[in-house]
Design a protein around this ligand. Structure first.
Ligand SMILES: C[S@@+](CC[C@H](N)C(=O)[O-])C[C@H]1O[C@@H](n2cnc3c(N)ncnc32)[C@H](O)[C@@H]1O
Length: 347
């Protein structure tokens, strides 16, 4: 059976004792409000059982008791990996017209092989792949036959392949000097998986950002709030000020407890498996995603699209239907809009 957990790619010796990363050492740009240590462990210690395929796993541990909402970690903006970091880099110009995730994916791939990268230590501990179903073998995927997870996984893989082919043709090959080392489809899948499992989009003004080291924090179903991430302005060094990503613990913790957050309360188990490579045993996560679309051949296509857009939907809309829960708001009105025809369309 496929592993839905990542194997640890870093070396445990990096983390001997409590002072682990060069980044987290004294005078580093990382702000640790109270001692915090990262460990590469053999078992998660979460409420979710760990299959034998799991080797090791990075996590953050507090070394002192902390109360709920206490700040545990701050990361200055200059370490964030986002479209601004790409724009300021050597590949900024050629990536300016790309979708943000494509630009950041290329940036991740390029920085990973750069020995002088600002994020060198961070890249050394990133997993080679996540447990996402996009990395499962044919044989493993055959276990999913008949499920929505399988069809979604296959279409995501197709989408990633076609985006890569376009990127190769339009950006990578015409700019050989900027991309001296060959970039393979596997590299691109790696970057895609890293972004799906580690990028956040909940900060104000940030649509896609990876916050190195804050992204080591694991998910727990026992955390039921999502308001752990803040962007604040503060001291980013002895003499400098910067925007900081500030992470508060949603739970009060005893020394040596693992710091957990809630990744997303609204993601179904299909999305959790696809994005992170784990699912929750909790049946509230079991959902079927219904896809509805206003057909371009509909005689009222333009009007219907206007109505959909003015209500926050598009030409295609996705609705997660959860087992034993009421239908999502918007599903029935959207369905009615799609189905309206004949004289009803003039009502
Ligand atoms: C944001 S990263 C967290 C960093 C992770 N600890 C590591 O060592 O790479 C998200 C990944 O951590 C793992 N993860 C986080 N919380 C988990 C949980 N409760 N159960 C299983 N895997 C989890 C999944 O592999 C997921 O793709």
């Amino acid at each position: 059976m496929a592993s839905v957990f990542p194997a640890c790619s870093g070396s445990a010796s990096l983390f001997q004792g409590t002072n682990f990363f060069p980044f987290a050492a004294k005078g580093s740009p990382l702000h640790l409000k109270t001692p915090l240590s990262a460990k590469c462990v053999a078992s998660l210690g979460t409420e979710i059982s760990v299959p034998p395929a799991v080797d090791t796993f990075w996590l953050w541990l507090k070394e002192e008791d902390i109360s709920r909402n206490e700040v545990v970690l701050q990361v200055p903006k200059r370490l964030w990996i986002n479209p601004d970091a790409v724009a300021a880099s050597e590949i900024g110009k050629v990536c300016s017209g790309l979708k943000p995730w494509l630009a950041v994916a290329l940036f991740l791939i390029r920085e990973r092989s750069n020995d002088d990268s600002l994020w060198k230590h961070y890249f050394s501990i990133l997993p080679k792949e996540t447990g996402s179903t996009i990395y499962w073998s044919e044989e493993e995927l055959s276990e999913l036959q008949g499920t929505q997870l399988l069809s979604t996984t296959l279409s995501v893989k197709e989408y990633v392949k076609s985006e890569f082919r376009r990127l190769e043709e339009e950006i990578i090959l015409p700019n050989r000097k900027l991309f001296p080392s060959p970039i393979t489809i596997d590299d691109f899948f790696w970057a895609f998986g890293i972004l799906r499992s580690r990028a956040i989009s909940r900060l104000c003004n940030e649509n896609l950002v990876v916050i190195p080291f804050a992204d080591l924090i694991n998910h727990s179903a026992s955390v039921t709030t999502e308001d752990h991430a803040y962007e604040i302005k503060g001291a980013a060094g002895l003499f400098s000020w910067d925007y900081l990503f500030s992470l508060r613990s949603p739970l009060s913790l005893k020394a040596e407890d693992q710091v957990f957050i809630q990744y997303d309360l609204n993601k179904s188990n299909v999305k959790l498996a696809l994005d992170y490579g784990f699912i929750e045993p909790n049946s509230d996560r079991n959902a079927y995603t219904l896809t509805l679309q206003i057909s371009e051949s509909d005689p009222f296509f333009g009007d219907k699209l206007d109505i959909a857009e003015s209500n926050g939907f598009g030409e295609t809309a996705y609705f997660d239907i959860f087992y034993n829960l009421p239908l999502p708001p918007g599903l029935l009105p959207y369905l009615r809009l799609v189905a309206l025809g004949g004289t009803d369309a003039f009502l």
